[in-house]
Structure formats: C-alpha cells, structure tokens
Design a protein around this ligand. Structure first.
Ligand code: NAG
Ligand code: NAG
Length: 158
C-alpha cells in the first residue's frame, strides 16, 4: 500500500509537492504567523518605481515560497510560487509580468501602479510541508507636479 506523497526523506521537493502543500495549507492546516515579517522598500512608492517586498525571519529548511495579493493565503489571489531547489518561479492568477521572487523570498515589483497598493502575503513552505506566513503593506502614490505628456509633446496641437 502506498502512503500519500509526503516526502519522508531529504531531497528535492518537486513542483507538484509545493502545489499539494499549498492546497493542504489553505484547507486544513492553516499556516502560523511566527516571526515572519514583510517590509516594503520603500514603504510608499511613486507610480512607476520599483519596490522590493523584503522578508525577515524566515525559518530554515524551506522548500519554497508563495506570494499572494491580499492579507490571506488564498489560492485564487496567488501572484507566483517559487521552488528553491530548482530556482523556478510559477506565475499565478495575480501575476502581471512585473513580479520576480528572489531566492531569499523577497518579491520585486517593477514599475508599480496605483492598483498595486494593498497588502501582500508571503507563505514560506517548509520541507515538512508546514507553513509560515507574513503580511506587509505597499502604498503607491501619484507623484505631484509630474509634467503632463501634453506639455512635452506638442505634435497634437493645431
Ligand atoms: C534578498 O535578495 C534581494 C535581491 O538579491 C536583495 O535586494 C535583498 O536585500 C535580499 N534580502 C532581503 C532580506 O530581502
Ligand atoms: C508625441 O505625439 C506623437 C504623435 O501622436 C506620437 O507619435 C509620439 O509617440 C508622442 N511622444 C510622446 C513622448 O508622447
């Protein structure tokens, strides 16, 4: 009789394993909040800037990361997941093409827009398939006194 596919020996945690862990963690084994914190650098960014959501207090022996938009671990709001062993990123429904997950778990958001304002949640998945999560907030503002396109481009006039 085969036991479920939870790995009992050390080794690579495949992408399918990470997917399974996410579904387990979102359904019946809620992640703990531990000391994992997410810091937005800078704390508030002007539209068009790049922002790094830095992660502090990650536990050891991680298999991967999953980033979510919002304050909770909700698969439908998954930005992307990252498998540490293979250094591969897998986009989710909220992926816009401007996000990169670094090997240390931090999320780079390029050319932020006003719509990027809000909460971001990181789920760190350990090799025993338990999870730690942390949430951080990003504020994006419209720069004041920004020269308008019209002022720089007069070819539409007359
Ligand atoms: C993680 O990696 C990124 C990219 O190399 C780096 O900028 C950042 O300082 C590192 N550390 C944390 C805590 O995010
Ligand atoms: C200026 O207007 C022209 C004509 O519509 C357009 O082709 C060009 O891309 C515009 N340049 C900028 C900087 O907006």
């Amino acid at each position: 009789m085969e036991s479920p596919s939870v790995p009992t020996r050390r080794g690579r945690v495949p992408w399918q394993g990470l997917l399974l862990a996410v579904s387990l963690l979102t359904s019946w084994s809620p992640p703990t909040t531990a000391q994992l914190t997410v810091e937005s650098v800078p704390p508030s960014a002007a539209e068009g800037e790049d922002v790094l959501l830095r992660v502090h207090g990650l536990p050891g022996f991680l298999a991967g990361y999953v980033w979510f938009k919002g304050e909770s671990v909700d698969s439908s709001r998954q930005i992307a997941s990252y498998v540490i062993d293979t250094q591969q990123m897998y986009p989710g429904p909220e992926y816009s093409g401007r996000e990169t997950i670094h090997p240390n778990g931090s999320l780079l958001l390029q050319k932020v827009t006003l719509k990027d304002t809000g909460y971001y949640t990181l789920l760190g998945i350990k090799r025993n398939f338990q999870g730690d999560k942390g949430t951080g907030q990003l504020r994006v503002y419209q720069p004041v006194g920004k020269p308008s396109i019209r002022a720089r481009n007069s070819s539409h006039r007359a």
